[in-house]
Each structure stands twice: as structure tokens, then as C-alpha cells.
Design a protein around this ligand. Sequence first.
Ligand code: NAI
Length: 328
Amino acid sequence: MKAPIKVAVTGAAGQIGYSLLPRIASGSVFGPDQPVELRLIEIPNALKPLEGVVMELNDCSFPLLSNIVATADLDEGFSGANWALLVGSVPRKAGMERKDLLGINGKIFISQGAAIAKNAASDVRVVVVGNPCNTNCLIAMNNGRDVPSDRWFAMTRLDENRAKSQLATKAGVHSTAVSNVAIWGNHSSTLYPDFENAKINGKPVTSVITDTQWLENDFIKSVQLRGAAIIEARGLSSAKSAAHGVVDTVRSIIEPTAAGDFHSVALCSDGSYGIEAGLITSFPVRSNGSKLEIVQGLPLSDFSKGKIEATVNELKQEREMVKELIPA
Ligand code: NAI
């Protein structure tokens, strides 16, 4: 039997946590022969509901779940963690400006970034889900600089999955026929789902879906605004699909990418495609099973370049709003 890997999850008593934890404990993320220890982190006020989550996880008797630690102490929670999935954050409330939200959540990610650098395992990898996830990740990474910058990620995989589903429905095919969907930029209403490089059954999307009007307008908007549409319909934000996005994100980092395909995740830009180095930006990525690389050389039309510039500019504005939270 392999030694358990330690997976820290913040916001573990929240909606996404409720859908995500059984997926991790049952082997959907790290595989059917990999035991896991869950280190569940919450704010003190949510420790009581977290107790209920722990009771339910125990009641599942998952064969791969070796231990559960539930805590509000960051040092304890991130101790020895091989993965840190940062889901917890404060939701935007009525009357709150984006700057206020960035400030409130930004402070959370200062202490989490520092606690990860101080306590986690030397191979720790971090996926930020809590919004605004790109900028939260930027703050955590810069306050946890002992962890190399190529270990920090923010989730845009849900946006990739949403884009695949929209393209598949329009083309009348199953979503598995859709590949090479790059999400560029910020996980926000400015994100750019790149249909020009995407494929359906190996053919360019633009040769299968010839309705350019739809691709350039309705499709992009439907992906950008899908989160709001879910809230409108469900009265709650996406949780099951977000949890599935986390599962897919981790798996596409640790498993080799299918030949010729790529996935999307936000990571620390190295200057690829002219995007300022150091910004946490969503790119098309490929994994060889241990190392992730940004896919180079994708052709970008002026239309795509304009969309990417707009979403990257938003990331720069967010960084400006939280500049006092980022050490020089
Ligand atoms: P939720 O409100 O149900 O749960 C959030 C949990 O985080 C709560 O239990 C809360 O107590 C906890 N929390 C707050 N501050 C914390 C801190 N400092 N340390 C640890 N835990 C803390 O929210 P839900 O639905 O689970 O969503 C979580 C986050 O994920 C939100 O920010 C949401 O916007 C974001 N999200 C991101 C997506 C993405 O694609 N990147 C998709 C969907 C949601």
C-alpha cells in the first residue's frame, strides 16, 4: 500500500467542499490505489458544520481515506500537505465593490500563502478556486515565495468544460468530441474561450460550426456568464460542476495530456504570448505527468488578440487594486 498523500482543502464546510471531498476520498482524483489524508480547514465559525461533514465522510467508510484532520489553524491544516486546494473565500455581498472583495479575500490569501510556504511538504502544489481566483493566487504565491512559482494554479477548468459543453450542443455531438479548448486570461466575465484553436472530432471548430456570429458573440458570452446563469436558475452558485473542475484540474496536472490536446489552467505567466511575466493568467497547457508547460505557437487572430488583451488588462487592474498585499 502506498503512503497516503496529504490534501488540504480550505472552505471545506462550503458547497464546493461538500461535492469535492467525496471525490477525493473515493479515489477519483489521485487514483484507485492512492490513500489520502484530508486536512480540512475552515474559519472558527464554520467548525461545527465541518464536524458534520467529517461525520458523513467517516460514515462513507472510504477504503482510501486514511485520516481526517479538521481545523481552523492554518499551520496545522497545511502541515505536510502535498496539495493545497484553496476553495474558501468570502462571497460578494450586496453593495460590495469589486475592490472591497479583492481586499477582504486578498488578506485571507496572504496568510494562507505564508502558511503553505512554512508548513507544507516540499512538493506542494496549490490550486486556488476561491474568487477572484487569479488574483487570490497571485497574492498567495507572492506571500509564499519559498514555494516555486510553477506550483501555483488558479482554476479555469470549469470554464473549459463549460465551453466544451456549449460547442458540443451547438454541433450536435458529445462533449468528448470537443478538444483543444483554451481559456485565456481571468476567471471572470472577461475570460476568452478560444474557439479558433478548438477542435471537434479533430477538425477546426470553425469548419464544423460555420455560424461565426454565434461563435463570436453568444458562445463567448454564454461561457463568460455561465456562473451568473447557474445562480439565476439554482439560487446558489455552481458547486458540483466547480468540484468536478477541481478534480479535472488536478488530474490534468498529474496525468499526461492526450497527444495533440491541451487543457486550461491559470498559472504564473513566463511572458508567453506577450503576456506580462508574473501575472496569474489562464493559458493552454500540456502535462507529461509531472511537469506542466504552456503550449507554444498557437495562431491568434486579431480578434483573439483583442479578447486576450482585454482580459489580461483586467488582471493588471486587479493587481493594482491589491498592490499593498503583494510584497516588493
Ligand atoms: P460557500 O460560501 O458555500 O463556502 C465557502 C466556505 O469557505 C465557507 O464554508 C466559509 O466558512 C469558508 N471560508 C471563508 N473564509 C475562509 C478562510 N479564511 N479560511 C477557510 N475557509 C474559509 O462557497 P462555495 O460555493 O463553496 O464557493 C467557494 C469559492 O469558490 C467562492 O469564492 C466561489 O466564488 C468560488 N468558485 C470558483 C469557481 C472557479 O471556477 N474558479 C467556480 C465556482 C465557485
